[in-house]
Design a protein around this ligand. Structure first.
Ligand code: PHE
Length: 341
């Protein structure tokens, strides 16, 4: 029986060394030191031994039990530590892993360009005045000195509504009259931004909807010099202080005299290139001294008050500034285009 004990002891120690997890340890314990474990079974057979051998066997047995119990505890500590370490390693967060990028929205290039324009005129004391997109023929044309059947109306073919004389505004100039009606008899210094609509063939150069920023200044001593100074300062702030400006005579029914302002081409510096069509100049806005009829229609006496007005096309400003060659890009909602700005 002493040999059986040795054998069982050796086998148990070997099995214990192979128990790699808590479950295996439990099984080992049950099969070895448990109620029906191999050692317990051996202990029960003590009665079969001759009486004189029993004390010695009993001692051996207790020693074996004690050794196995200790071996078990050591193994258990080792296995639990290993299990804990594995768990920690598995749950670890890799703080060096790059995060998921979030898609961020951004402002449309025209919104940004409009804001650049607001900032420049804001610094010069202009306020933003809002005028409606849906306008009457009276404000869009008549009060701006376009009588019915005036040929200048042909330049701004309109979208009509089913209500007679209600149209989508073809320019922001109607805001001039509305601002004057609101501010009279105070002096006026406003810009009127917003969307305009024209029944046009859509091409790389023309769209049926586009933005404008109107400007209007009315006061007692307003001269053409104020117009030139204000708009030249705008061009310098928008395109750089080294740009030159030039004013060319033009025609609008609501200004007299009227002009178009060009800036020297910032791509070729005036030498001539594709963008400026080899003229060295880029046209950026229309302007003029407010026509006496328009001042009168706004409620201001043209004997006492003078004013100047201008109209800027932000799409054109942006196309020139960023080298965009097709106006249709702005409203095509192509993210590949929009993301560039
Ligand atoms: N309203 C004119 C246009 O749409 C631009 C303009 C505004 C010209 C103000 C002179 C003064 O073309």
């Amino acid at each position: 029986m002493a040999t059986d004990l040795d054998k069982t002891f050796n086998e148990s120690v070997e099995k214990l060394s192979m128990a790699a997890d808590t479950a295996a340890l439990e099984t080992w314990y049950r099969e070895t030191l448990g109620k029906k474990g191999s050692i317990t079974l051996l202990a029960r057979q003590i009665g079969k031994l001759p009486a004189e051998d029993r004390p010695q066997f009993g001692q051996q047995l207790n020693q074996v039990k004690k050794n196995l119990q200790e071996a078990f505890e050591r193994r258990e500590t080792a296995v639990k530590t290993a299990e804990l370490e594995a768990k920690l390693a598995g749950d670890a967060i890799d703080v060096t892993m790059p995060g998921r990028t979030r898609l961020r929205g951004g402002l449309h290039i025209i919104t940004k360009t409009m804001r650049d324009i607001y900032r420049i005129f804001g610094d010069m004391g202009f306020q933003i005045y809002r005028s409606p997109d849906v306008e009457t023929d009276k404000y869009n044309f008549e009060l701006l000195n376009f009588p019915p059947h005036h040929p200048a109306r042909d330049m701004q073919d309109s979208f009509y509504t089913t209500t007679p004389d209600v149209i989508l505004r073809t320019h922001t100039s109607g805001g001039q009259i509305r601002a004057m009606h609101e501010y009279y008899p105070e002096p006026v210094r406003v810009i009127v931004p917003g969307m305009c609509y024209r029944n046009e063939q859509i091409t790389a150069r023309s769209e049926i909807q586009f933005t404008q920023v109107e400007g209007l200044v009315v006061g007692h001593h307003i001269t053409f010099a104020d117009l030139k100074g204000t708009l030249t300062e705008f061009a310098h702030r928008m395109y750089g202080p080294q740009r030159q400006t030039r004013f060319r005579a033009s025609y609008f029914p609501f200004t007299e005299p009227s002009a178009e302002m060009d800036v020297s081409c910032f791509l070729c510096d005036g030498d001539g290139c594709q963008v400026c069509k080899y003229t060295g100049w880029l046209e950026i806005l229309g302007c003029g001294m407010v026509h006496p009829n328009v001042l009168r229609n706004g409620g201001y006496d043209p004997q006492i008050y003078f004013g100047f007005a201008f109209g800027i096309g932000p799409e054109r400003i942006a196309m020139l500034k960023y080298g965009i060659d097709d106006i249709r890009q702005f409203w095509s909602n192509d993210l590949r285009f929009l993301r560039q700005f």
